[in-house]
Write a protein that binds this ligand. Structure first.
Ligand code: FES
Length: 570
């Protein structure tokens, strides 16, 4: 027997309630038969002119609507808070959980049978997926697509080059005028960052999890194919409602393992770790930080994309897109996992071919043998992560003296001080940029090197923090150190001159200070230094956010409340 449409609890009602539900929809010029008995599909839109990466989403929503109408559904577009990485202060990560609540409550409270999530700029994808998972009605993701490759002086450039340009200006290798010219050529079209940064990693994440149609990750935002995919997604979500195909039927543990392996093969963002953990927490899959090391080790780097390689998302599309990458590594994937189109991963990638081996390597002859994320443990942390493919191989085993910055302001004040006691073997330590300490865990972990070192031609040093790094960043950067300084983790007690040992092959991160000495330091500092916020969302955030290695979700948001609404209002 066919499942009754959820929307009929509203539009199918008799009496005063039904009158109210239907009559006010009609003020939009909609006749009865448009929404009576048809699957009502929400289009959850993160369009905003303050989120430049998602500024084309009204158009994209129109394509989704066409598909929904063609398949006999009734589309309703609704806004949620949007998170624009480039403009929001202090960091969009502060608001990821807030948006997930907005999405969850918006879906549950309204007469929706299915939902299409329009996702683009970094946090918009995990926030929307987290919220939708906590309701668990049929859900399909449409990503906005990446920008066309940037151009500067005839060269291809992308967001990852920004870090180099900035260092070059500081060390005098680039003039301000040249910097401005690079700025003008960076963002040539609609879409999100053109490298394998967090937004692209998130688009690949949803495709490898099975939450989007195949091909979703790599079609450029400016390509007509993006609108075609949106329209096909609109058609498909209507069928998904008929099949009652929900995220919980797609997102089992094997789907998460697939996503971890794919993220390793594409050289995906370190932010992937924190977001995938949070999504797993919502759908009830018991994923932990060690799974990222376990399942990504042995996965080679197949996609030659910035920041781990040379090329751009546009090139990935022309080379065959994510299905071609997944086809190369299919022996490592659970190919029987079901996806939103009702087919398995294996069926979806069956016909995929690599069209450019410069961009997508053979599994037997990869760009790098080891990829993914290494999870570090030791006396400095319960867990910290590093992305070896973006780091200097010479620094993978390194012991050096700590140069400590107590917070980001301290770092900014002293990093270019000619009297800073630092050399190329030093280990830069930045504290209080974790979830509670900042608060919001900003992307400052790949802190710029001291000017003194840049002048000597040093291009990389070991850097350690309890913060995050932009998915477009690179370097020998240990991130997400937990517990963070504000939670009295060992990082809080590091002092200038302490020896720190990083051993990535052995997965170790040690503070070489005796336990006795550490206890003395602990005794002298009895309180953590979480930012005290007296009111509003910031207060809620600091009180409830979990540590990075748990996904930095709110403790009270774990799991699902389902789609049922227990009380009627009228
Ligand atoms: Fe939006 Fe990079 S700023 S994806």
């Amino acid at each position: 027997m066919k499942k009754k449409l959820r929307s009929q609890e509203w539009f199918g009602k008799k009496g005063k309630d039904g009158f109210i539900y239907r009559a006010w929809m009609k003020n939009q010029g909609i006749p009865d038969d448009e929404f009576l008995g048809k699957p009502v599909i929400g289009i959850c839109n993160t369009w905003s002119e303050l989120t430049p990466c998602n500024a084309h989403f009204r158009e994209l929503a129109e394509s989704v609507k066409r598909g929904i109408l063609q398949a006999g559904g009734f589309p309703v577009e609704f806004p949620v808070m949007s998170l624009g990485e480039t403009l929001m202060k202090p960091t969009t990560m502060l608001y990821r959980n807030l948006v997930s609540m907005d999405v969850e409550e918006s879906i549950r409270a309204n007469p929706l049978d299915g939902v299409v999530l329009l996702c683009g700029c970094d946090k918009t994808t995990p926030a929307l997926v987290m919220g939708a998972c906590s309701v668990d009605i049929p859900t399909l993701v449409v990503s906005g697509g990446a920008m066309l490759t940037g151009k500067y002086e005839g060269r291809n450039v992308g967001t990852s080059d920004l870090w180099k340009f900035s260092e070059n200006v500081r060390s005098g290798l680039m003039t301000e005028e040249e910097f401005n010219l690079a700025e003008a050529g960076m963002c040539r079209s609609r879409g999100h960052c053109a490298v394998m940064g967090t937004a692209s990693s998130m688009a690949c994440m949803v495709e490898s999890l099975g939450l989007s149609l195949p091909g979703n990750a790599a079609i450029p935002a400016a390509d007509a194919g993006r609108k075609v995919l949106a329209q096909l997604s609109g058609r498909r979500i209507v069928d998904m409602v008929g099949e009652y195909l929900r995220p919980s039927a797609i997102l089992d543990r094997r789907a998460f393992e697939n996503a971890i392996r794919v993220n390793a093969a594409i050289g995906g963002s370190t932010n992937f770790v924190i977001h995938l953990l949070a999504i797993a927490g919502r759908i009830g899959v018991n994923l932990n930080i060690d799974d990222f090391d376990r399942h990504s080790s042995g996965t080679p780097l197949l996609a030659n994309l910035q920041p781990s390689g040379e090329h751009f998302m546009e090139d990935l599309y022309y080379a065959g897109g994510l299905p071609a990458v997944m086809k190369q590594m299919c022996r490592q994937l659970h190919t029987d996992c079901i996806t939103v189109n009702g087919r398995t991963i294996g069926e979806n990638i069956e016909r995929a071919v690599v069209l450019n081996k410069e961009v997508i390597a053979n599994f037997e002859n990869p760009f790098k043998l080891d990829s993914g994320v290494a999870v570090l443990k030791g006396s400095l942390c319960e867990a910290g992560i590093i992305k070896p493919s973006a780091a200097d191989p010479k620094l993978m085993q390194h012991t050096g003296k700590a140069v400590v910055f107590e917070n980001i302001e301290d770092y900014k004040r002293r990093i270019d001080d000619p009297n800073l006691e630092v050399d190329e073997n030093s280990v830069l330590v930045l504290k209080h940029v974790g979830p509670k300490g900042y608060p919001g865990m900003p992307e400052v972990g790949n802190m710029g090197l001291p000017k003194k070192m840049l002048d000597k031609g040093v291009t990389d040093m070991v850097r350690i923090s309890d913060g995050r790094m932009s998915g477009t960043g690179f370097g020998t950067v240990v991130l997400h150190v937990a517990p963070e300084a504000a939670e009295m983790g060992a990082i809080a007690f590091v002092r200038d001159g302490d020896l720190i040992e990083l051993d990535v092959p052995a997965r170790k991160l040690n503070l070489l200070v005796s336990e006795e000495e550490l206890n003395i330091r602990r005794a002298g500092k009895l309180m953590g230094s979480a930012n005290i916020i007296e009111r509003g969302y910031g207060k809620l955030y600091v009180q409830h956010v979990e540590q990075a290695h748990l996904g930095a979700d709110f403790d009270f948001l774990k799991g699902s409340s389902g789609s049922e609404v227990l009380r009627d209002s009228h």
